[in-house]
Design a protein around this ligand. Structure first.
Ligand code: DC
Length: 224
């Protein structure tokens, strides 16, 4: 069973690369950020404060949370409803990094992530996949790029171009990074077991190819 961990900060291009690697390897793709986003979205829907730990813990005890595989990709379904694009708003962005600090919420989602990958393996994207969720996998990649490059990428995705929007986005990404790196539960960090890839100059295709070479090489090298 192959589990490939792809970690890194916001806006670094993890999803495009992870999807390609998963398709090539023929295993499902799991975006764990969408799982944290789904909890945050539901909290906002219910009028809860994402920073209030006990309320969020109660919420996860009450909802039916499923991961449905569609086109080899995990889709989050909450109480029978797939929020999909509703998870990608700036309001949900901000609420998610606040929900993601709660240790019990993390432990619960990590359990679901391990379950998902248990049968067929997966390419799993997030912040703590190689450090906490699947520390035993040998396939760990940390994608990174300077804040300026990541801001430009997000700006293009959102279709904004004026200087105000750029500066606002830059501040938002920086604040999210800070929260992800500084929280005490499973902060974003990398260790020597990761292969670090700078995504500021290379195309997603080339990065995916590099990851595939590394994964296949490692698998071949340990074949009997
Ligand atoms: O990758 P993303 O932008 O969809 O992540 C949304 C938020 O969720 C981000 O603030 C980091 C957090 N997250 C996390 O804490 N752990 C993960 N495994 C994935 C995402």
């Amino acid at each position: 069973m192959t589990v490939v961990a792809i970690d890194g900060p916001a806006g670094v291009g993890k999803s495009t690369v992870a999807r390609r690697v998963a398709a090539e390897l023929g295993v499902p793709y799991l975006d764990t950020g969408a799982m944290y986003r789904a909890v945050a979205w539901k909290a906002l829907e219910e009028g809860l404060d994402p920073g209030e730990e006990s309320a969020i813990e109660e919420l996860i005890g009450a909802i039916r949370f499923e991961l449905r595989t569609r086109d080899a990709e995990a889709e989050v379904v909450l109480d029978g409803f797939a929020p999909g694009p509703l998870l990608r708003t700036p309001r949900v962005d901000a609420a998610t990094s606040r929900v993601a600090v709660h240790p019990r919420v993390r432990a619960w989602l990590v359990g679901r992530q391990r379950e998902f990958a248990a049968s067929e393996g997966a390419v799993v994207e997030g912040r703590d996949i190689g450090t906490v969720v699947f520390p035993e996998t040998r396939h760990k990649f940390f994608l990174d790029a300077p804040l300026e490059v990541r801001t430009e990428r997000r700006l293009r995705q959102l279709g904004g171009r004026d200087a105000d929007a750029r500066e606002r986005l830059r501040q938002q990404i920086r604040a999210r990074d800070e929260r992800d790196r500084r929280r005490s539960a499973s902060p974003l960090r990398r260790d020597a077991s990761y292969e670090v890839i700078d995504t500021s100059t290379a195309e997603a295709d080339r990065i995916a190819a590099r990851i595939l070479r590394s994964v296949r090489g490692a698998v071949v090298a340990t074949d009997p």
